[in-house]
Design a protein around this ligand. Structure first.
Ligand code: ACM
Length: 223
């Protein structure tokens, strides 16, 4: 990060979640991050549950509050790696169900971001949030968060940049081949760094048959 000459070690975890098996997915993340120390680590969208639901009630059954078991696991991961963690989960808030990311530092839950632009059939599984986009002061820099398909709308990165964002955390479950290329433009036009943490694998459930494109990417302001 050059704007204020901060040096950071940043990374992502690219996983292949087993649908609905949180404990096994937590274990995989622990194995993938064994011995890793970093300042910021980004995990994929819905990293512990899988992505492809067949109904809202199915998503709701795997949803948690911001102090649920996924948050507890991520606190442990944050303490062990030293990293601020941004990771996707299904958030239950009152009667609403959101495709969210949680931002955790040590044993503190800093906030959640509820995905604004739901992709395809996600509109059947999740509620849309009206919460504002925000940036967070993390380790001397300003961190912004968006989720997967938010990339398609340049206004998201722009709005976060206008709030001072230097580093974007971007948990993803990408199924189209365009985002990794688009992030080069997002970073060039906004002069930001971005961590796109994608998943791999296939989910064939209900009417959907998704193959996730992997190729997670850290993109610099020079593209
Ligand atoms: C997506 O937003 N998960 C494609």
């Amino acid at each position: 990060i050059t704007k204020n000459e901060t040096k950071m070690k940043i990374g992502y975890v690219q996983n292949n979640p087993l649908f609905g098996q949180k404990e096994k997915n937590f274990e995989e993340i622990m194995q993938l991050t064994k011995g890793i120390k970093a300042d910021v680590l980004v995990l994929s969208e819905l990293f512990a549950t899988g992505y492809t639901f067949t109904s809202k009630s199915e998503a709701k059954a795997l949803a948690e509050t911001a102090d649920g078991e996924t948050a507890q696991f991520l606190k442990q991961l944050s303490v062990e790696t030293g990293a601020t963690i941004v990771a996707g989960f299904i958030e239950k808030e009152n009667e609403m169900v959101y495709n969210s990311s949680i931002i955790i530092d040590g044993n503190t839950v800093i906030d959640t971001y509820q995905k604004i632009h739901l992709f395809n059939r996600e509109t059947l599984w999740f509620d849309v949030s009206n919460n504002p986009l925000k940036v967070y002061d993390i380790k001397g820099i300003k961190l912004g968060v968006m989720i997967c398909f938010d990339w398609f709308f340049p206004e998201v990165c722009r709005e976060l940049t206008l709030q001072g964002m230097q580093l974007l955390a971007h948990p993803s479950n990408l199924v189209l081949p365009y985002c990794q290329k688009a992030m080069v433009t997002r970073c060039l036009e906004n002069r930001i760094f971005a961590i796109t943490a994608n998943r791999i694998g296939n989910e064939k459930r209900g009417d959907d048959d998704f193959t996730f494109t992997g190729a997670s990417q850290i993109t610099a302001p020079n593209g």
